[in-house]
Design a binder for this molecule. Structure first.
Ligand code: NAD
Length: 501
């Protein structure tokens, strides 16, 4: 191994569950392999959780919730702990990024950005709970009403392998901020960075049992499935594939659990002829190739107005060829290794399908000098027809489909022509068109003349097969709390049916 493929310092000897303040192995002793995406060799073993481990983790969380003090602490006291979590994560962001990058194959500079964003999530929800105002309604002389917000209990948090630490923080921060206790089930491909949460939480003073974590697979009989089916978990927040979301929806139905689902995407980036083409090309290259293309909101279908189409395709392909593929640990790398050989095979199968369906204008294979591991060249297909599989299906890698359009109507029809509806990016200098298009496009989020930059106060979520419900900002507070209405009589007691008593 060369210096830059060496494992990070402080690697734990094994990845364990964390239940009731202790690192523990699985009750049945089962483990699984975790691989390094650059060589696909096993570099660590992780405990593989089943129903019995989930039962123990839920019991610990339930006890911490029922007996307190966390759910009844003053918001300011909880916020102090959250801010401390943010400070520690920020101080350790280099270490976090090294672990994340090694485990997931993300370029190190991008992993560092994600670690800082994770810290920011905790700081943001600390601010939000301190400033939280609850609704009150008055009927003068008759009634006053107010809303009591209460934490719900044990929240089950199930997360994917793309930007794992940041996506975990996205659920952990609001769930804990609002006074719940949690059981986290991290993605099985990337459990390493999550193994740092217990140390961070302990140092910040989070009471024992509020945070629990069970590693392992999601399928029936394993950790994810057992968490969804646990009767003492009234709330499941899930991020992952749309088909997994459907399974979880069905499995949670008998208990009518609260569900939040952030699912897959095949988001359009629509470039009109009047757009600033330089900015549009830069942003759409970043939008699909950053995070190795393993980004739910990737603008992976680019729709370009006919009069600038050939110029756009030529310049886009040239820029895609300049994207620097390299080792995850190299700070100059822009695209590194996909997370796992199974995912590499899936992405490469789409590259082969694309060669049959469309015109390949950049990439399309394994980059030179990377004979092992999950490296894919930034790949660009042009003239992609709307019924092509590479137009319709989520690839979740550094692969983009470009399609021409002739009119605003056709652009909208193409933009909405998939089962997904997560994000849309619109490039035009015509304000009216931008806003009208935003209103008509079927997506949970729209960026106008912009990269994917999100203000943490805004709702995040998708429509159609991209999700159910929104998180982000106050939407997260709503999801993780019950809202109880309290009605107070200020006048005489009336009975509308039987008259005055
Ligand atoms: P996945 O659905 O395969 O797995 C996600 C998590 O669910 C993992 O922890 C897995 O173990 C668990 N799981 C699997 N089956 C389960 C079951 N039956 N019951 C309970 N848990 C189960 O997704 P992935 O491949 O890890 O992640 C990539 C997907 O996530 C992509 O589709 C991507 O678009 C999506 N994603 C969406 C968003 C968003 O905010 N909309 C963000 C990131 C990723």
């Amino acid at each position: 191994m060369t210096e830059s493929t060496a494992a990070p310092a402080n690697l734990p000897e094994k990845i364990r569950h964390y239940i009731n303040g202790e690192f523990v192995d699985s009750i049945d002793g089962d483990e699984f392999d975790v691989i390094y995406p650059v060589t696909n060799e096993t570099y660590i073993r992780a405990a593989s959780g089943k129903k019995a481990d989930i039962d123990a983790a839920v019991a610990s969380a339930k006890q911490a919730f029922d007996e307190g003090p966390w759910p009844t602490m003053l918001p300011r006291e909880r916020a102090r702990v959250l801010n401390k979590i943010a400070d520690i994560a920020e101080t350790r962001s280099q270490e976090l990024a090294e672990m994340e990058s090694f485990d997931s194959g993300l370029p190190i500079t991008q992993a560092k950005g994600q670690a800082n964003r994770a810290a920011e999530n905790f700081r943001f929800f600390a601010d939000l709970i301190v400033a939280q105002v609850d609704d009150a309604f008055k009927v003068p002389g008759r009634q006053a009403n107010y809303v009591n917000r209460k934490p719900i209990g044990v929240a089950g948090l199930i997360t994917p392998w793309n930007t794992p630490f940041m996506l975990e923080s996205w659920k952990l921060a609001p769930a804990i901020a609002t006074g719940n206790a949690v059981v986290l089930k991290p993605a099985e491909f990337t459990p390493l960075s999550a193994s740092l949460w217990p140390g961070i939480f302990e140092e910040a003073g989070l009471p024992k049992g509020v945070f629990n974590m069970v590693n392992g697979y999601g399928e029936e009989g394993f950790a994810g499935d057992s968490l969804v089916k646990h009767p003492d978990v009234p709330l499941i927040s899930f991020t992952g594939e749309s088909t997994t979301g459907q399974t979880i929806f069905a499995n949670a139905a008998p208990w009518l659990k609260g569900l939040s689902m952030e699912l897959g995407g095949k988001s359009p980036a629509v470039v009109f002829a009047d757009a600033d083409l330089d900015a549009a090309i830069n942003a759409t290259v970043f939008g699909v190739f950053s995070l190795n293309g393993e980004r739910c909101t990737a603008g992976s279908r680019i729709l370009v107005e006919e009069s600038v189409y050939e110029e756009f395709v030529e310049r886009y392909a040239a820029q895609a060829k300049r994207v620097k593929v390299g080792l995850p640990s190299d700070p100059t790398t822009e695209v590194a290794a996909l997370v796992h050989p199974e995912h590499y095979d899936k992405v490469m199968s789409y590259v082969e399908i694309g060669k049959e369906e469309a015109r390949l204008v950049a990439g399309g294979g394994r980059p030179e000098g990377f004979e092992t591991g999950n490296f894919v060249e930034p790949t660009v297909f042009a003239d992609v027809s709307p019924d092509a599989r590479i137009f319709q299906e989520e690839i979740f890698g550094p692969v983009v489909a470009i399609t021409p359009f002739k009119s605003d109507e056709e652009a909208l029809q193409l933009a909405n022509n998939t089962k997904y509806g997560l994000a849309a990016y619109i490039w035009t200098s015509d304000l009216k068109r931008a806003h009208n298009f935003s209103q008509a496009v079927e997506s949970g989020m729209v960026w106008l003349n912009s990269n994917n930059v999100r203000d943490l106060r805004t709702p995040f979520g998708g429509v159609k097969a991209s999700g159910l419900g929104h998180e982000g900002g106050y939407r997260s507070i709503d999801f993780y709390t019950e809202q109880q209405s309290v009605h107070i009589n200020l006048g005489e007691v009336h009975n509308p049916v039987f008259g005055k008593q």
